[in-house]
Design a binder for this molecule. Structure first.
Ligand code: FAD
Length: 561
């Protein structure tokens, strides 16, 4: 039975950074990933990472932009930490070997990103996440005290008899065997839940597993209603056209050729925050000023072709391969699409959750630095700063502590649940049909514009699917790389996420950040300048409670771009 001081579940940027920090603090570390670590979703991050490194810039300016971007729902103590620590983290990564773009003077060069008052996004062409992930993985391999479990799938958290989290049940995907991993602390770094929506920019593995496992273990989830729709995704497919395109100078046009952002954000135009740009696009489309395919156009042809090929080569490929468009010569049709979970497992600034022994970091966590809306290029930063802090804190907290004894019953429960899935005969609908219904419902009724009626309809569908998923059978009855079984477990996790997103969206009767309620179109600081927390409550709806938003130096103001 594997035993470690610190067990990290997830090996994207947050997980790898946490594992490194824990190992450097002297802990023995186990790190689990359901895919090979460098195939984690962080690999897809394109545009860059924010830091106020320039002498003319300041961490305070970065922090204020982040607070404003969050529509004042972000916790300002956490935002201050993230922005203050950003420059050292970026330089540290550079020293480890990340080949950040250099400008003509040979200095680290930046690009502009949405909602930022300075160009402070550092990047490696449009493969920033990949560059970071590979460099961290090299570092991870140097550490003997880090044991890697690649292609292992965690199904549940385990407690000891004091109720403390003491490890996790995990299935070896290669042979189907199930093990209890024991640890003094568990850090969930299992990424976001974009697959709850169809389409999404997120990879197939982004199924909110850790968020659901923490929720089932009694940890509160926070701000789950805050789901980011990115302004530039390919219709139908959801593939992302990075914000770096607008950062390099691309404009948005409606079908009449109007640069419509003039109406919505006259100062920042295309570089307003994502919620503002997505709403503007959706308004143009809904009011009949879009193209017949339900899109508007992104035009990057003003940027010199050589610069596009140098700095944005991946989206040149995406345009050519998935839309048949040469973006260096003609506009590409885009629309808002599901992209990012601002909400997640509630943590403090050291990654600690409300459940003893359990930490969370990265997209699955809600510290909360993004509040109602995340600024582009702040997520990679969030994963690294709070991944590092969680790893170091968990290692320190475990010093001198005896290795806990996890309760054995959880292993048996998971084994029986999986055996039942495999044994079931086919009676009901297929897994893929249930997933498609969930994703399309969430995209139709819980996206850029929301209202009570549609949200209640979505909740009803999600609840029905939660019942139906228990009748799903699988074609593959084997134990080697049985993706069918994992698909059922992932869908169960996703449905927990979906329920919490919709319940949060129904609860918040105002419009703030990514949550725009057509039936409550104003921001209402008097009643709703607070976090919504959801905690598991038997088979019923989650229990709702509230927590205060931490303010340090920025009072809420009207948000204009
Ligand atoms: C297309 C795209 C482009 C983006 N570009 C940017 C950008 O330029 N800048 C920016 O700041 N942000 C960007 N983002 C957001 C950012 O990439 C993510 O928020 C961030 O990488 C998430 O990192 P993470 O470490 O939290 O999770 P991930 O990288 O998603 O890693 C999750 C890990 O958890 C593991 N895991 C999950 N469930 C289980 C389980 N049950 N058992 C075992 N292992 C499990 C996975 O295998 C994986 O290793 C982008 C997002 C997308 C979709």
């Amino acid at each position: 039975m594997p035993q470690h001081d610190v067990l990290v579940i997830g090996a994207g940027l947050a997980g790898q950074r946490a594992a490194l920090a824990a190992a450097e603090s002297g802990a023995s570390v186990g790190i689990i990933s359901k895919v090979h670590p460098v195939r984690s979703h962080s690999n897809a991050a394109a545009g860059g990472i924010n830091a106020a490194l320039n002498p003319e810039d300041s961490w305070e300016s970065h922090a204020f932009d982040t607070v404003k971007g969050s529509d004042y729902l972000g916790d300002q103590d956490a935002i201050e930490i993230m922005c203050r620590e950003a420059p050292d983290e970026v330089l540290h990564l550079e020293h480890l070997g990340v080949t950040f773009h250099r400008n003509e003077e040979g200095r680290l060069g930046t690009r502009a990103f949405g909602g930022a008052s300075a160009a402070r996004t550092y990047y490696v062409a449009d493969i920033t996440g990949q560059a970071l992930l590979h460099v961290l993985y090299e570092q991870l391999m140097k550490h003997d005290e880090v044991e890697r479990f690649e292609e292992w799938f965690t199904t549940a958290l385990v407690r000891d008899d004091t109720g403390r989290i003491a490890g996790a049940v995990t299935r070896n995907i290669r042979d189907g065997s199930l093990e209890v991993f024991t640890a003094k602390a568990v850090i969930l770094a299992s990424g976001g839940n974009g697959q709850v929506f169809t389409p999404t920019t997120n990879a197939l593995i982004c199924t909110g597993d850790g968020i659901a496992m923490a929720y089932r273990a009694g940890a509160p989830l926070m701000d789950m209603e805050m789901v980011q729709y990115h302004p530039t995704t390919l219709a139908g497919l959801g593939l992302l056209i990075t914000e770096g395109a607008r950062g390099e100078g691309a404009h948005l046009y409606n079908a009449a050729g109007e640069r419509f952002m003039e109406r919505y954000a006259p100062n920042k135009m295309e570089l307003a925050s994502r919620d503002v740009v997505s709403r503007a696009e959706q308004t143009e489309i809904d009011e009949g000023r879009g193209f017949p395919d339900g899109t508007v156009a992104l035009d990057i042809t003003k940027v010199p072709r050589q610069r596009i090929l140098q700095a944005l080569r991946e989206i040149v490929n995406v345009g050519r391969d998935f839309a048949g468009v040469d973006i260096t010569r003609e506009p590409i049709h885009i629309k808002p699409g599901n992209h990012y979970a601002m909400g997640g497992i509630k943590t403090d600034v050291n990654g600690e959750t409300d459940v003893a022994g359990l930490y969370a970091a990265g997209e699955c966590a809600c510290v909360s630095v993004h509040g109602g809306n995340r600024l582009g290029a702040n997520s990679l930063l969030d994963t690294l700063i709070f991944g590092r802090r969680a790893g170091a804190h968990a290692a320190r907290a475990g010093k001198g502590m005896a290795m806990p004894s996890p309760a054995g019953s959880e292993l048996e429960r998971e084994r029986e649940a999986i055996d039942a899935i495999v044994a079931r005969d086919r009676t009901g609908r297929r897994l893929s049909e249930l997933k498609a219904e969930m994703g399309k419902t969430m995209d139709a009724d819980c996206s850029v514009f929301r209202d009570e009626d549609r949200l209640r309809g979505a909740l009803e569908t999600v609840k029905r699917l939660q019942e139906e998923v228990n009748t799903v059978s699988v074609d593959d009855k084997g134990s080697v790389f049985n993706q069918d079984v994992l698909g059922v477990l992932e869908l169960q996790f996703m449905l927990d996420n979906a329920e919490c997103i919709v319940v949060g969206a129904i609860e918040r009767k105002e419009s703030r950040g990514a949550q725009y309620r057509t039936d409550f179109p104003e921001r209402n600081d008097d009643d709703w300048l607070k976090h919504i927390n959801l905690t598991v409550k038997g088979a019923d709806s989650p229990e709702v409670s509230y927590s205060e938003v931490t303010m340090t130096q920025w009072e809420p103001e009207e948000r204009k771009y």
